[in-house]
Design a protein around this ligand. Sequence first.
Ligand code: IDP
Ligand code: MG
Length: 166
Amino acid sequence: MSATQTQPNIKSRDQRFSNLQRTLVLIKPDAVQRGLVGQIVARFEARGLALAGLKLLQMDEQRAAKLYEPHVGRPFYDGLVKYMTSGPIVALCLEGVDTITVVRKMMGATKPAEAEPGTIRGDFAQRVDFNIVHGSDAPESAARELPIFFGNDELVSHDPSYTFFL
Ligand code: IDP
Ligand code: MG
């Protein structure tokens, strides 16, 4: 006799979750060159964050300047723009509960030497100027940054079946 499987949680997504958020993640040029895209995306999927957008692109200086506008004037700004425009990146829009905080924790500290093992930077990076990933740091940042990479028609909200178990 086979076991009977039942759906444990049949409410709609809005009823199941509070504080659903969207955030921007960029897999930076060093990570793309090192062939880490799959491993990084796999971590977010395994955590249960839903993909709402995904694309490969190479930023021009104009787009990088928009993204890093809050950093204008910092000593590392010119190098940062050069790095981020040096090759293709992968942009993700991730959706889930408290996703902005969750992603920042999964990324680890900006300086990889301070990033805990188990975080993306703590596992894959050594240098602050090649630190693998970007993630929006607050809801206001996500709201500012997402339109730099995705039009509304490029973002798809859906309710992956695995979220019934989250
Ligand atoms: P975050 O990416 O962890 O949010 P931010 O302080 O917002 O860190 O800095 C944006 C990016 O600028 C960093 O991810 C890193 O690529 C670069 N950066 C920050 N500080 C330095 C530095 O001291 N030297 C070189 N690059 C830096
Ligand atoms: Mg930042």
